[in-house]
Design a protein around this ligand. Structure first.
Ligand code: UT7
Length: 331
């Protein structure tokens, strides 16, 4: 029997309308546009405003657009996986809400949590369902409403994160395109450096946890930066070596958008020039699970069939990884 590969047959993204600029942040915390730009590369980020607007809004808009542009009937979708760190609720899963919101009434759906590496974990997982031959249409969503867990009095985190996300459709092919390989890693000893203290089963919400501002992202930036630079660069170099790929074989590096300096270090380690690196951090900031699908969406028109892409991410957990794929269509 011929080997089945999972190919991406479409990508679509969604970002909310509200733009939170560095200039507005200057009025909220002790920071400057110059500091944010030089230390991170971010100029602005999007914020999902309004009551009862959760991550599912981003997911539903992304998937609706995806189904429309790929001419896919929602009832044909077998599975929706939503990578998110900011689910609408603890339960049910945001993927359940997205499935219902887009009319994917025949699909099963679940969330996957791997912080900023979530989309890569979900993409690799979704591909396995296709490669098994059991399923034909799998939607992988990466979406986060980070503004719901950001302390807008903490200048070390509020300048980084934004809201947004995107989705891809995976379908089977026997052509040698699609997801070719993945290397995924985690190390829970990194939890102390990047986490949200309260709101989980260990420390449920109380008046005290709210007063102590424990329902917000806690990040020890410099330590996370050190691990991110090393691990994202190492795992990207590792997947190239494993697949006998040289820098000239790579059409695009698609990095998680956490900090321009981490992206530059990863590209340098791979020997890939800046013209081959997808970057949109300046307009969206770090949207956690959303960064990689938002990059693919922004650059879709420049992608060509058989382009070799290396996707790479690092995030809370710690989690990190890389995916090697061959793009399956001309954008
Ligand atoms: O996506 C998930 C994984 N997360 C990441 O990959 C993020 C990794 N970390 C980073 O990107 C960087 O560490 C940050 C952007 C978060 C911070 O940049 P940094 O160059 O590592 O700065 P730092 O934390 O070492 O702080 C340097 C100085 C400090 O002042 P002192 O102690 O030297 O006087 C901070 O208080 O910069 C200060 N600082 C700021 N100054 C102006 C921190 N945030 C700000 C700010 N504006 N927003």
């Amino acid at each position: 029997m011929e080997k089945i590969y999972a190919k991406i047959t479409g990508v679509h993204g969604y970002v909310p309308d509200y733009i939170l600029t560095n200039q507005e942040l200057e009025t909220m915390v002790d920071t400057t546009d110059e500091w944010i730009t030089t230390r991170t590369g971010i100029k602005e980020r999007r914020i999902l405003k309004g009551a009862d607007q959760g991550t599912s809004v981003i997911g539903i808009e992304s998937v609706k657009g995806l189904l429309e542009k790929t001419n896919t009937d929602p009832t044909e979708i077998d599975l929706i996986i939503c990578a998110t760190t900011t689910p609408d609720m603890v339960f049910p899963s945001t993927a359940n809400i997205i499935a219902s919101g887009v009319g994917a009434v025949n699909s099963f759906s679940y969330d996957l949590q791997a912080a900023c590496s979530g989309f890569l974990y979900a993409l690799a997982t979704g591909a396995k369902f296709i490669e098994s031959g059991s399923y034909n249409k799998v939607v992988v969503v990466g979406a986060d409403k980070m503004s719901s867990i950001i302390d807008y009095t903490d200048r070390t985190t509020c300048i980084i994160f934004g809201d947004g996300g995107g989705a891809v459709l995976l379908e089977p092919t026997t052509e040698e395109v699609g997801i070719r390989d993945s290397i995924l890693r985690s190390d829970g000893s990194g939890a102390e450096f990047l986490h949200m203290k309260a709101g989980g089963s260990r420390r449920p919400a109380t008046v005290q946890t709210v007063e102590a501002r424990e329902h917000f992202v806690h990040q020890e930036g410099a330590t996370v930066f050190k691990f991110a630079v090393t691990n994202m660069a190492d795992v990207s170099a590792e997947i190239m070596k494993k697949n006998q790929l040289d820098a000239e074989d790579i059409a695009w590096l698609v990095p998680h958008q956490a900090n321009l300096r981490i992206i530059d270090a990863t590209a340098k380690r791979m020997g890939v020039g800046p013209e081959k690196v997808m970057i949109n951090i300046e307009k969206y900031g770090n949207t956690t699970s959303g960064t990689i699908p938002l990059c693919l969406w922004d650059y879709e028109s420049q992608l060509k069939k058989n382009d070799n892409l290396i996707l790479a991410a690092f995030g809370g957990g710690f989690t990190w990884g890389s995916v090697y794929l061959k793009w399956a269509y001309n954008g």
